[in-house]
Design a protein around this ligand. Structure first.
Ligand code: AKG
Ligand code: MN
Length: 204
């Protein structure tokens, strides 16, 4: 474990190559129903450097007016597709949480400029449940800090097939993606990294 923060668990190679391939296919099918969008940041309207979509009853969305959870895709107006059974099974095994996740945010990082600034996941109504984070494709440089923005941070590489669980104190810790290492994996067609972030949004 590269980082010791209460409640944080890092499982490199949790998904074998066949499971990783199957998940990529699943994500591409989902993206056929709920296309990836390039959200913009509240206020500034500056675009993110990654593409996002969701599965589950609630999807995380961002626009000029803020960050929130919404039951439908902002572009198509259709409900998000259900969270695939394989992901629910991973959630149940790895988190042991008493209720299923309501959101699977799907992040697609492509190219040298793709990153995600330091932030906390705090748009949920409850921080009771852990967050499950799955990585597919190119290696990412993940940064993890503490519960306050000024706390020291560390970075470590996260490779394809890795599962990370953010429970306990780590649930409210700042984190982000400094960059990906383009070309470090051939898993994702066209290159890049897919991250799946599974969250409980409402109290169970
Ligand atoms: O890509 C990652 O591993 C982190 C994603 C993340 O922190 C988020 O979507 O809130
Ligand atoms: Mn996050």
């Amino acid at each position: 474990m590269p980082v010791a923060v209460d409640g944080f668990r890092h499982h490199p190679d949790h998904l074998d190559p066949a499971a990783q391939q199957a998940l990529v296919r699943t994500v591409l099918t989902l993206a056929g129903e709920a296309p990836f969008s390039r959200y913009v940041m509240p206020g500034s309207g500056r675009p993110f450097s990654i593409d996002m979509t969701n599965a589950g009853p609630l999807g995380w969305v961002a626009d000029r007016s803020g960050y929130r959870y919404a039951p439908a895709h902002p572009g198509t107006g259709r409900p998000w597709p259900p969270i695939p059974e394989a992901l629910l099974a991973l959630w149940r095994t790895l988190t042991g949480y008493r209720a299923d996740p309501e959101c699977c945010l799907i992040n697609l990082y492509h190219g040298a400029g793709a990153r995600l600034g330091l932030h906390r996941d705090e748009d949920e109504q409850t921080f009771d449940a852990p967050i499950l984070n799955l990585s597919l494709g190119d290696t990412a440089v993940f940064r993890l800090g503490g519960p306050r923005r000024g706390d020291p941070t560390r970075s470590f590489a996260v490779t394809s097939g890795t599962a990370m669980v953010f429970g306990g104190l780590s649930r409210v810790c700042y984190h982000g993606i400094d960059r990906i290492l383009p070309g470090s994996s051939r898993l994702v067609p066209g290159g890049g990294r897919i991250n799946l972030t599974l969250r409980r949004v409402t109290p169970a």
